[in-house]
Design a protein around this ligand. Sequence first.
Ligand code: GCO
Length: 517
Amino acid sequence: LSRDSFPEGFVFGTAASAYQVEGMASKEGRGPSIWDVFVKVPGNIVNNATGEVSVDQYHRYKKSQAIRSSLVYGLSPCYVSLISASHESWDNSKDSKTICHSSCLQEDVDLMHKLNFDAYRFSISWSRIFPNGTGKVNRKGVAYYNRLIDSMLEKGITPYANLYHYDLPLALQEKYGGLLGDQVVKDFADYADFCFKTFGDRVKNWMTFNEPRVVAALGFDNGINPPNRCSKPFGNCTAGNSATEPYIAAHNLILSHAEAAKRYREKYQPKQKGRIGILLDFVWYEPLTRGKADNYAAQRARDFHVGWFLHPLVYGEYPRTMQEIVGERLPKFSKSDVKTVKNSFDFIGINQYTSYYMYDPDQPKPNVTGYQQDWNVGFAHERTGNPIGRRAYSPWLYEVPWGMYKAVTYIKERYGNPNVILAENGMDDPGNVTLPDALYDRERVNYYRSYLKELKRAMDDGANVTGYFAWSLLDNFEWLSGYSSRFGIVYVDFKTLKRYPKMSAHWFKQMLERKKH
Ligand code: GCO
């Protein structure tokens, strides 16, 4: 497998999100998001970790002064960093963890470039731009994203900017219930509009939301993610109404996406010539048996998963299965909504990691291990004692390369072969692996190689895929798991924040090398 196995111009990048990598969460004028308060409640996150410092990308995205001077004196960056480390007393700083240390491995954009990646999918933190969600702009936040974008362009890394990765400004949650309030549609579009206006001269690939299904289901059905709304006894969620709220939140997410896309297309696209899309997570659901009931169950699951959002975007309505099952509780699109929602994308981003078997929970249970999903749809990780794939560290993540082929082919067939970017794909190791063992991530290399082969196979069979993003460049803050799960192709020592490329990083570097023809 090499770059040449893919069409000319195919983009390879890595993906990350603001709260997971930036750090400086309560500094430089950033307002809190719903995650900032959630992580502070003891017991919510493994080891009570937070994204307050995380991997400090806020400071470590570009060449630091010491490395710049190395170019002047003709010394190797590593050598200079050793000198400067011993001469300057970094540790005297009150906040030494968030000071930009200089070392040959600490510059993330530089690292992407060295590993031969073409692009970086990052997210903009809404409350870093508008600390209260609306109104006054935080100039320091704007300056940070300007610096980040500029340093990417300097290095030939194409920015892919996502506007929302779970981090709703807390102010909007408090003001009108966040995603449950209709007002979020306008507020999100205003925020998006500001970003298009400010960064759109350089950012040509925009994404509105990451994984709206996760936002709706985990935030409002089982309530394990903020704002922790549910009506079932799960975790420590607050009173909500699981029967309706996930559908209302999802509906507002769809309308917010569509409104932002409309603004982009009308006001900015003609001049800026970029494109806009949305990011959907897609677990492939494979029927457990060949029986009709399981087939229908799998189709239903795909509809409730990716169809929930993609169906309205492509066809202007929710999937038939959802309409039948959810009935009156499913909000309706007005005629004018349909006009904004339908075709409100230039591309679809798909986050594809894993696959599950799906069975009809009303049929007598075959021999499976798994659990019941919401909406009373059953899914399983094993069929007659055989796991669907090798399990990674996270209990939800099984390695199923053929699921990649099926998921991408399904989008092609059911949704008219839209332009797709494979926006996330990857696997994790446990957080407590140590150096140097952590660097020998053979299994991650196998994972990437086999999934990329299946992606290529789907493309050879006609799927219109134009890019691929690995999750993630760096080990980082993995939401509820904190730092107990590592998804990076680059190891981060969370104490020193030093970066150490793993074998998988070297694998990508070689795979992406441009051959001189
Ligand atoms: C997503 C998640 C990411 C996770 C990654 C690994 O977009 O899928 O929200 O932020 O870190 O998926 O679990």
